[in-house]
Design a protein. Sequence first.
Length: 217
Amino acid sequence: MTDSALACLMTVDAVLLPPPDIDQKCISVSNQLARYGTEFTLSEGGFYPHLSLYMADVDDADIGLAEQRLIEIAKDTAPVPLTAQRHLQDTEHGMIEVAYANTQPVTRLQERLLAALAPLRRRLRRRDPVGRDLPAWLPTTTGETRRNLERYGYDEIGGLFRPHITFTRFVQRDLVIDAAELPPPGEFDASFSRLGLFEMGDHGTCTRSLVELELTG
């Protein structure tokens, strides 16, 4: 792919957006954790709290089509209730997040987004949220990870799908904080009623809203 073609690609993330109270709670936690040294801080209109469903590189010319396909999905998809199970601290990659139970409604929504958006994907993304060089990493993978990357360009699908919201990423990757500093996971239980498509930045952040839709099915 030529440099000019690459310049026309945008890395996008199709996501569920938390309701306002959970959105603010995630922002508050992210701000509290910033004192430990972090790569980003969640904010309103900046680094948006989100639950990722599918990431892909899409041609700029196809963004309107992607948005239209999300509009159709949102029309007949009901809000997705999710139960937070635990906080996770990834000491290899520095991510800290709240993890949700994987349920049929959220899995079905991901499947619909894959059917709608994967055909618009133009290449394997250069890097994933933890910074791995995906074209270099792909040959080292096996099983479901490899199948998902080859078919969809995204690994967290099917048995590897793990719904979560990332609060931030520590500069010191192996940093572990006392869980008592975080609100109980149950405080993040929510019915997610908004679907969004965002431009992605580094560390898996959502940096610019392209479209935000109410789930009205």
